[in-house]
Design a protein around this ligand. Structure first.
Ligand code: NAD
Length: 301
């Protein structure tokens, strides 16, 4: 159930924000713009300097950034780091009853464990991974997929709405992460299918813009083609038109596909297309293409 962005803005809050990298930096800046007091911590001095420029106050330790926070937000690289930051610097350090929101993309099991530990200590917790890349984080147009109890979702929704265009309740704890990796598994597999199809269409002598015009109005249409075409000069302007710079890095697609394969194994799901996409992105990343947009995998074909 998509939730409308609220008409009334939430009251100004103290927000402890841990992890102000490519994504977190823009998200924190949008919370400052919305009038909140953002108390930042990151291991990187450069990230902290950018946070100060954006109007955050910065702290030398994560526990200090969250000590008097109404809300704690984390935007960190992986599940092991989220577990460690929560254990060392959030649980027992943030005020009792604070709302804890993890926006990192992490494995479902870590999200559920952190949620269990947080709620056992009387905190409110949601996992809220995002769709949309660095540009959306900067522009405040992310989509949040949220897992947690209904009243915790209701508390998190107005805060997340300050950084996004859509905030969707996916279900109980871990459901946000589950929705994110299922979506990105579909995206990875559909991008591979789009790329191999355009490569074959070219070999069959089809004009690629003509094939785009036909397929985008026929039953083959999908987002990877119509909104994010991997062929330069065909369809809308995409990273393909900028030598595959910017966009969503292949390394991050591989990260999400690996999380999807881990989750599939945990629940016994049969995902042959996801497995194939993971293998293709692993080979692509290992060939030195980690930083290229994920649509650059068309080079494989
Ligand atoms: P990033 O590497 O740019 O930022 C992560 C930040 O966390 C860094 O500044 C790093 O110094 C900091 N950090 C690491 N360990 C820390 C610790 N123990 N304490 C405090 N700070 C610590 O990564 P990013 O691109 O901002 O991605 C963040 C999350 O968002 C990831 O989980 C990623 O999968 C997800 N995501 C990224 C994108 C994207 O396009 N970049 C899109 C959707 C989701």
């Amino acid at each position: 159930m998509a939730q409308d962005i609220p008409r009334q803005r939430p009251p100004d809050m103290r927000i402890g924000f841990i992890g102000l990298g490519n994504m977190g930096g823009g998200m924190a800046a949008n919370l400052v713009k919305a009038g909140h007091a953002v108390q930042a911590f990151d291991l990187s001095a450069e990230a902290l300097a950018r946070a100060r420029e954006a109007g955050c106050t910065t702290h030398d330790a994560a526990a200090d950034a969250v000590a008097d926070a109404d809300v704690v937000l984390t935007m960190l690289p992986n599940g092991a780091i989220v577990r460690a930051v929560y254990a060392d610097a959030v649980l027992g350090k943030a005020p009792a009853g604070a709302l804890l929101i993890d926006c990192s993309t992490i494995d479902v099991a870590s999200a559920r464990d952190v949620a269990g530990a947080a709620t056992a200590q009387g905190y409110r917790f949601v996992d809220a991974p995002v769709s949309g890349g660095i540009a959306a984080a900067n522009a405040g147009t992310l989509t949040f997929m949220v897992g947690g109890a209904a009243d915790d979702f209701a508390a998190a929704q107005p805060v997340l709405a300050e950084m996004g265009k859509a905030v969707i309740h996916a279900g109980d704890a871990g459901a946000g992460q589950a929705a994110k990796i299922c979506n990105n598994m579909l995206l990875g597999a559909s991008m591979v299918a789009t790329c191999e199809t355009f490569a074959m269409a070219e070999k069959l002598g089809l004009d690629l813009q003509t094939f785009f015009d036909i397929s985008s109005k026929a039953s083959g249409q999908c987002w990877s083609m119509t909104s994010y075409c991997p062929v330069p000069g065909v369809g809308p302007v995409t990273p393909a038109d900028n030598a595959y710079q910017g966009g969503f890095a292949s390394a991050l697609m591989l990260k999400d596909l690996r999380l999807a394969m881990q989750a599939a194994g945990d629940v016994g799901a049969t995902v042959p297309m996801g497995e194939k996409a993971e293998a293709l992105y692993a080979a692509f990343v290992e060939s030195g293409k980690a930083g290229l947009d994920f649509s650059a995998i068309i080079e494989t074909f």
